[in-house]
Design a protein around this ligand. Structure first.
Ligand code: SF4
Length: 153
């Protein structure tokens, strides 16, 4: 699995100040995508132990609310196995932190994945340029839903 960036103190991709992992790989090709550089799963940096420790170092800070997975698409098929391992490890090491995940799939597309058990908030669906709304909180277009998965349990 590869990634493009790890950002910290991010306020735009979920509640509070967050660590964001920007993964490589996306098959949705939404017209108007802000991050086409992240589509190629073979581009970017290898998400190795050092990268994971960098992420965990940020997550360990008291003022960080949690982890956001973005990209690219964290649930791109080639990412799913490693992302699932990462989700499990983050849950275990940082039980009080929230996990948000952005994906171009709809909730219904991926509801059967084990990943869902570990994600608190899912922002789902492709970006649709004609539904772009800069005032719509946490997502780029209004077809995308901000789904509190804990409330679905
Ligand atoms: S799902 Fe996200 S990263 Fe992928 S093409 Fe659409 S907007 Fe871009």
């Amino acid at each position: 699995m590869r990634y493009h960036d790890i950002t910290k103190d991010d306020m735009k991709n979920g509640d509070g100040l967050r660590a964001v992992l920007w993964l490589s790989g996306c098959e949705h090709a939404c017209p108007g995508c802000q991050n086409p550089v992240t589509w190629d799963p073979d581009d970017g940096l290898l998400f190795d132990e050092n990268a994971k420790e960098e992420l965990f170092d940020i997550l360990g800070r008291d003022y960080i609310s949690g982890l956001t997975l973005s990209g690219g698409d964290p649930l791109f098929p080639g990412n799913r196995s490693e992302v699932l391992s990462l989700l499990k490890e983050v849950r275990e090491r940082f039980p009080s932190k929230t996990i948000w995940c952005y994906t171009g799939y709809t909730y219904e597309d991926i509801a059967c994945l084990e990943h869902i058990k570990y994600i608190d908030v899912l922002v789902d669906g492709k970006y649709v340029e004609s539904l772009k709304d800069n005032k719509y909180e946490w997502a780029g277009s209004t077809n995308q839903r901000v789904i509190d998965l804990r409330r679905k349990e």
